[in-house]
Structure formats: C-alpha cells, structure tokens
Design a protein around this ligand. Sequence first.
Ligand SMILES: [Zn+2]
Length: 305
Amino acid sequence: MDPVVKKFDNNIYQIDVLMEDKKERMACYYIDSEDPILIEVGPSNSFPYLIAGLESIGIKDIRRSAITHLHLDHVGGIGHMVEEYKDHFVYIHELGEKHLPNPEKLWKAVADVYTEEWLENNWGKIKPTPLENIKTLNDGYEFKLSKTRLLKALYSPGHAKHHYTFYDEESGTMFMGDTLGLIYPHGEFVQPNLPPPDFDKELLFKTLDNIRNYDLSKLAIAHFGIHNEPYRLLDNAYESIDNWINFITSLPDTSDEEAASLLTTWVKTNYEILLVDNITIENYIKNMNPLMQIKGIRNYLNLID
Ligand SMILES: [Zn+2]
C-alpha cells in the first residue's frame, strides 16, 4: 500500500501514514514554506509510510516537527525521525523532555490499556530521542514559516494535559490533534475521544472555546483529515461530549466492560437513526475504543464527584 498524500491550498499537505496498515486512520501534515514544518509523526510502524509520503512530494530533509501531544499514535515515530535526520528538532509539551529520552513509561502506560502485544504489532516500539533534539513549547509560541507566515502553538488541555494545537493564520487552519475527537472517514459527526487519565470536560470545553475565537476556515484532524465548517464541527463536539457523559451517567451500576458494550450499541443506533451509511458507521465504531472511553469518562466523573 502506498501512502496517500493530498495537497490543500496554502501548501498544506496531508499525509495518510496508514496507521495499523489501514487508510484514513492517522494523518500527519506538512506545511511547505521557506522554513517548513511537519505536524505529527505518527506511530513507529508508520514511519516508512511517512517518509515515503514526504519523498513522493520531493521532501528529503525534514528539520523540525511539532507534535500535538505525547500519545504514541502521534509521537511514536519520533525516535526513528531523529535517527534518520540528525539535525531534526521536535517541538512538544515540556513533558516530552522527561519522557522521550526514556520512553519506557509512555510505552507502559499505553500497554496497560492496549496490551504490549497489540502495541508492538500495531503501532510499534518507540525509540528514545536524545534530549538535545527536543524543544519545549509554551502557550503562544510562534514558528516562523516565512517572513510573513507564522504557526502559533496554543496550549490545549482536555484530551490530554500535554496537548497543543497549532494555528496557521495564513490558511485559517487549526491543527487539532485529538482535541475535537474523531471524524471517519469524511463524516459529518464528531465522535468524542475522551481517554484516561487526563480527560477533563471543563478543560476541554475551555480549549474548544479558545479555539473558537480564532478566525478559522478549516480544522485539520489527526483521525482524520482536513474539514471545512470548523464552527459547526466545534458545536457538534460540545454536543456529542455532553451526550456521551449524560449517557454514561444514566447507566446503572455496571462494570466498565458492560458499560463499553452499552455505549457501543447506543452510538451505533444513533448513527443509524441519522442515516449514516454502513461503511462509515463501521469506521466510527471500529475506532472508538469504547472501554478506554468509559474509563476516561468515569475517571473524570470520579474527579468532580
Ligand atoms: Zn490520537
């Protein structure tokens, strides 16, 4: 399978890195400019696809990447990147300095949710990144892409406490990472993505409010793609997140596993009522990881209790 690279206006490229060897699971973005930047590197197993995608548009030297957050589907390939390109600098939340040179803890946290075997087969082992290749972001940090073009980093907690989004004023594109949720494959609906231990509704809504204040024409979502109608999608995200929390709160005392199965049935039925086609429903359901959602929401509800 070849990675699919799609060019958008303002020299923004979307690279489908074929996460888990499937299409439209994980997008990285490349802004071609005087001083270009890659946004997200994807998981380790996708690294060959990322490089092949970049080479297919003539990019052979990648000097810097901005990572939205420290989850392995977004940052897992960074050790491979700095090994391949010695002068590569990764820009990330300050926790990156702690975890990327010694990624065992990151690995274990995810392995506890997905199992080690699943992780190795699907996302691949993360290699350490030397400290000198790591630069930490702060809220409002500006990447200079050219004399006139800036990419601004916004601290965006809620999905994860180490999450940044990136705003390109020239194109009006906000690179969202997982802040909004999932949209598969080109769907109309935002499916929440609320994992433990960090999901926090108040923080996430504050982040979405902050993003809403920007002059937006597109949202670039990691899972998956560049979407128009940013304000409608943001409104949809608030509504879906509230609906999911209300649904979980309304469940009687059930195990996490039972709750996950009830959530799946309920979400599926909702898509059917909305007349979403079967393939799209399958995509949404396959990628929701319901048990993780239940754990994330219940963890949040316990915190505010
Ligand atoms: Zn993700």
